[in-house]
Write a protein that binds this ligand. Structure first.
Ligand code: ZN
Length: 157
């Protein structure tokens, strides 16, 4: 069964390549997966996340590897332009845990997960069409006080 699946997958890739070559407008989604974890020491396990320029969708999974509950040491993952970090974090603080520490409909938020507590994880998918190649982006946790330490550089393209 495993061998058969491999053959089918190879055929599918070949088909996509051929279609791409003969029809320039053919746009297959390329979903690129990212993983990041937060812990009870208020830290992400990565300082930088990189998405290749040909990715059309990003599937990001945030895991909380600690034990503390969301109310005490919750973490989310929020992507913004670096220039918007402080404004989004301050507005989020006031929004409270029920709103995942983000202002509802904040136009500066490019992508965001919900807040998770110890032992939990969450996955989001967002399109790279919201991003500019080579743009200056930062991801952070908007739980009150966390963003000063819990942030990293996000690169696309
Ligand atoms: Zn946090």
């Amino acid at each position: 069964m495993i061998r058969r699946h491999c053959v089918l997958a190879a055929l599918a890739i070949t088909a996509v390549s051929l279609a791409g070559a003969s029809h320039a407008a053919f746009a297959a989604d390329k979903v690129c997966k990212l993983e990041i974890a937060g812990n009870d020491q208020m830290q992400y396990d990565k300082k930088e996340l990189v998405v290749a320029s040909d990715c059309t969708q990003v599937e990001l999974t945030l895991s909380h590897t600690g034990k503390l509950p969301a109310a005490a040491m919750g973490h989310n993952w929020v992507l913004v332009k670096t220039a918007d970090v402080t404004a989004v974090a301050n507005a989020g603080m006031a929004a409270g845990l029920a709103n995942n520490y983000l202002t509802t409909g904040d136009p500066h938020v490019i992508a965001s997960t919900k807040i998770v507590g110890g032992g939990q994880s969450t996955t989001i998918t967002f399109p790279t069409s919201k991003l500019t190649k080579g743009g200056d982006y930062t991801y952070m946790c908007t739980f009150p006080g966390h963003y000063v330490i819990m942030k990293g550089t996000f690169k696309f393209g």
